[in-house]
Design a protein around this ligand. Structure first.
Ligand code: G3I
Length: 462
């Protein structure tokens, strides 16, 4: 098996890749190959020298609509469960890689790099580990790392070597490793991982360390001390299991301070949960939150990539752990792209999908044009007309000129007139009257080839 960089180089050479990039730290990332002219999140991220990936789990590999998205949209995959200890060493000295191998093979078949997750964690640990005598646990831990990281040598670009070793107040979590080996277990784990797979970047990974606080301070101090001592650590994973409207204000500053220690940073398990059901206001807030997080990563050169913790709301861990919450991801249960998807898409440099213009005659109507979904050759759009004046409107007309040969193929809640690239939509009899401060909308289906840029729209009253 070639080293990861060589494997990716071969993949790039053999595939019609639309966009590629190379990280400053030397990890080439491939953009997924596609026949769809609209760039994927993976392609957009690759153009910025980063990856945009998703976690996945074995049961979903048999779900064709799911794998169609997983295999095309992302250029990185994290093994969501089956590289954990309970799966890989269920009995002492008995290793089983069958399930994890399936996910790694899927990733390789789709030109996606793999983050390995995770070698040492107090959770999803095989039951037998709790009974290992204190004097033997260091050897058991080293043996586990040697075998697992050795098996996947050359196939993972990052390993989450140690996961969630700190409490919220910055003290060490009293895991079996902490209790029986002591503080040194984390450094020992990194040393064993480096020996087993010298080509993989080695990460410490945790949650609630996205912003500056007691817990992230503790991780910061550990990384600083590891760097001073020459303990082989290459990166810090900020899991980023976030809450709607509560993205920490210090995310970018925090990413930067880790980078300044000489390590990479990755957002490893991003999701932004809300009270369900979704509504338009929550979706808009979630889109803004995703945009903030992606922008924070892009602002720091050493922030090398972002992974969502699965991509569809139908396959998220949230509802089972936080009853009444969910809808945390970028696709809905039916694999339709959510506003959060488009926020990520735009933050990564994709063509904006929405625009708002003021009225052309000073009477105060505004029109907002939005691409609500897009697929190869087609798209659905929506235009919202808002009356910003203090008096009611009795009628409206919205006009735009398509810039890339798009066509409206079907339109509802408005009367369509077209002339070449010019489109004019007048109200129907039933939706021309819009009260002060009120709004109405019409929808349409369109076709496109090449690109689908958002046009400038103009709104006129009467
Ligand atoms: O495999 C069994 C299946 O046989 C059984 O029928 C079923 C019944 O509940 O359980 C299945 O195991 C579940 C496993 O996921 C695989 O689906 C466990 O109950 C369930 O607890 C486990 O949850 C995982 C969780 O880690 C455990 O803490 C989630 O899928 C996984 O997404 C989640 O991931 C963690 C990261 O590793 C670390 N950071 C936090 C993140 C979210 O909790």
């Amino acid at each position: 098996m070639p080293a990861p960089a060589e494997r990716v180089r071969r993949v790039l050479a053999a595939t019609a890749v639309v966009v590629t990039g190379t990280l400053a730290v030397g990890m080439a990332v491939a953009a997924p190959a596609t026949t769809d002219a609209a760039p994927t999140l993976g392609q957009l991220a690759a153009a910025k020298g980063r990856y945009f990936g998703s976690a996945t789990d074995n049961p979903t590999l048999n779900n064709a609509p799911y794998t169609a998205v997983l295999g095309s949209e992302f250029n990185q995959i994290t093994v969501g469960n089956t590289q954990k200890w309970q799966y890989t060493e269920p009995s002492r000295g008995q290793f089983d890689y069958r399930q994890a191998d399936q996910i790694v093979a899927f990733a390789q078949a789709h030109n996606q790099v793999v983050r390995g997750h995770t070698l040492v964690w107090h959770n999803q640990l095989a039951d037998w580990v709790a009974g290992v005598p204190a004097g033997e646990l260091l050897g058991v831990m080293r043996n586990h790392i040697t075998n697992v990281a050795g098996h996947f040598k050359g196939q993972v670009v990052h390993w989450d070597v140690v996961n969630e070793a700190f409490e919220e107040d910055g003290t060490r979590r009293q895991s079996v490793f902490q209790q029986k080996i002591g503080d040194s277990y984390i450094a020992e784990a990194f040393k064993a991982a480096r020996a087993a797979d010298p080509g993989a970047k080695l990460y410490y990974n945790d949650y609630n360390i996205e912003g500056i606080g007691a817990k992230s301070d503790a991780v910061y101090n550990m990384v600083k001390s590891f760097k001073q001592q020459g303990i082989p650590i290459d990166g810090v994973g900020l899991q980023a299991h976030l809450i709607l409207g509560q993205v920490p204000s210090t995310v970018q500053q925090n990413i930067q301070r880790f980078a300044d220690l000489g390590v990479d940073v990755a957002l490893t398990e991003l999701d932004i949960r809300m009270r369900t059901p979704r509504d338009a206001a929550k979706d808009a807030q979630q889109a803004a939150d995703y945009r903030t997080v992606v922008n924070a990563c892009l602002a720091v050169t050493r922030c090398v990539g972002i992974t969502v913790w699965d991509f569809s709301d139908g396959y998220s861990w949230i509802p089972s752990v936080f009853p009444g919450e969910g809808a945390a991801l970028i696709y809905d249960e039916n694999f339709a792209k959510k506003p959060s998807y488009w926020a990520v898409y735009e933050a990564l440099g994709g063509t904006p999908t929405t625009t708002t213009t003021t009225g052309d005659n000073g009477t105060g109507c505004t029109a907002t044009y939005r691409v609500t979904s897009q697929w190869n050759g087609g798209f659905q759009g929506e235009v919202t007309i808002r009356n910003n004046s203090s008096t009611a409107l009795s009628g409206w007309t919205v006009k735009w000129t398509f810039g890339a040969g798009q066509k409206v193929t079907n339109l509802w809640n408005g009367k369509l007139t077209t002339s070449g690239q010019d489109v004019s939509v007048r109200n129907e009899s039933y939706n021309g009257s819009v009260g002060a401060g009120g709004s109405t909308s019409f929808g349409f289906l369109g076709s496109w080839t090449g690109t689908n840029p958002v046009p400038t729209v103009a709104c006129a009253t009467a």
